[in-house]
Design a protein around this ligand. Structure first.
Ligand code: PCP
Length: 388
């Protein structure tokens, strides 16, 4: 038995696709149909009012060697599902012979739907956290095969660090974490704090988990006494004990400060979502967020042919013809116009820019992806301008 996941080769061969696309490709091949089409990816019922487009570097990997041209919003671009006039915003397009890319609709959608959902939720949580640290702790909630993907897009979306070894390696950063309850239950609470302090490499912050065996108010003080170089305490308080979590955190803060431990930070985790971040951001120093990001709602993109042999044609419910996508760099408003139309002006008066880039050109990767760090900075810079 092996894990129930597809290999790189299987994905790139189209083996994960829906059978009706393989059947369609076979019909077209058998009948020598090489119709050229232009298809666009849009979302009509998104879970969020704005989103962070993600998954593009894996799209480039998917289409490398396939004779198509793929254009898209740069990875990390914040977009709205529709432009200011209500026209759906195409986040990506594919041009070429449909027979050549029919089987890739399914994997292409899968790559951007989930990645965009994770990056968007990470961005929303990071925005809610303002200047506080947000760590991605959620790989445990999903299939281990996608742990690197979860942490990669959590980071792109704005998380300050990630907990999985492979995710951190994909990002070129050090993994971030604290200690599990299992360590405390195995060696004893004070021993766990001491062992962690003595055994961890110098660059690992000394963070004591304090909710395992007793009241966090007293355990925080005990940890601060036991760990000479304590950096923070982590409250992962179970829901059965949580009550008013903010009041508990205030009490811990008070007691630490009263004994001269103002430098000991407070990290919280366990069921942290946007609402909890808003409630706690003024009294904690950081968040470990798991399920809320790793299990973020996917964005339901669809791929639709909008042009056939150069002529506009789309199914009912979709806008035909290839389009140009413009965004105002001041207010991030979008305008979608028929391709070749004059550049629109933004209602706010600022200039609008066509931000679409060519990612794959006739099967050759044509886009130089920024580093994950630069993409994350790009997301954070836009977050300061986005409006709900
Ligand atoms: C979890 C673990 C993760 C947190 C909670 C993610 O605690 O500490 O960091 O939680 P979330 O998915 O609800 O956001 P436990 O499951 O108690 O695991 P451990 O004892 O290993 O900390």
């Amino acid at each position: 038995m092996r894990f129930l996941v597809a290999t790189d080769e299987e994905i790139r061969r189209g083996d994960t696709t829906d059978i009706y696309f393989a059947r369609t490709r076979d019909i077209l091949k058998r009948r020598g149909v090489d119709t050229r089409v232009y298809a666009e990816f849009t979302t009509m019922n998104p879970p969020y009012p704005w989103m962070v487009f993600a998954g593009l570097r894996e799209i480039a990997h998917l289409f490398e060697g396939i004779p198509v041209t793929v254009r898209a919003l740069p990875e990390g671009t914040i977009f709205t599902p529709r432009d200011v006039t209500g026209v759906p915003v195409p986040v990506m397009s594919i041009e070429g012979r449909y027979v050549d890319f029919a089987v890739y609709e399914t994997p292409a959608l899968g790559l951007i739907c989930q990645a965009t959902g994770i990056a968007t939720k990470a961005a929303r949580i990071k925005r809610a956290a303002v200047d506080k640290t947000v760590l991605s702790f959620g790989v445990r909630r999903m299939h281990p095969a996608i742990a690197p993907m979860i942490d990669f897009y959590s980071y792109i979306g704005g998380c300050d660090g990630v907990s999985s070894i492979l995710g951190a390696r994909a990002l070129g950063v050090e993994p971030k974490g604290t200690m599990p309850h299992a360590l405390i239950l195995t060696v004893g609470e004070r021993e766990a704090w001491k062992d962690y302090e003595e055994d961890m490499p110098p660059e690992v912050p000394r963070i004591a988990l304090i909710d395992t065996l007793g009241d966090e108010k007293f355990k925080a003080l005990e940890a601060a006494e036991v760990m000479e170089n304590i950096y923070a305490v982590r409250l992962d308080t179970p829901s059965s004990r949580r009550g008013n979590f903010a009041d508990l955190v205030r009490e811990v803060r008070w007691e630490l400060d009263l004994r001269g431990h103002r430098d000991v930070k407070i990290i919280v985790s366990g069921g942290i979502d946007e609402r909890a971040v808003e409630d706690l951001r003024d009294i904690v120093d950081g968040f470990g967020v798991g399920t809320s990001i790793s299990n973020a709602r996917t964005v339901d993109f669809a791929m639709d042919i909008v042009e056939v042999e150069g002529k506009p044609l789309a199914k009912r419910g979709k806008f035909s013809g290839r389009k140009d996508v413009y965004r105002c760099e001041e207010c991030l408003a979008y305008r979608v116009v028929p391709s070749g139309s004059p550049r629109p002006t933004c209602d706010c008066g600022a200039e609008m820019r066509n931000i679409v880039v060519t990612v794959v050109k006739d099967g050759e990767v044509a886009y130089d992806f920024p580093s994950p760090q630069d993409e994350r900075e790009y997301v954070l810079s836009q977050l300061r301008r986005v409006r709900e």
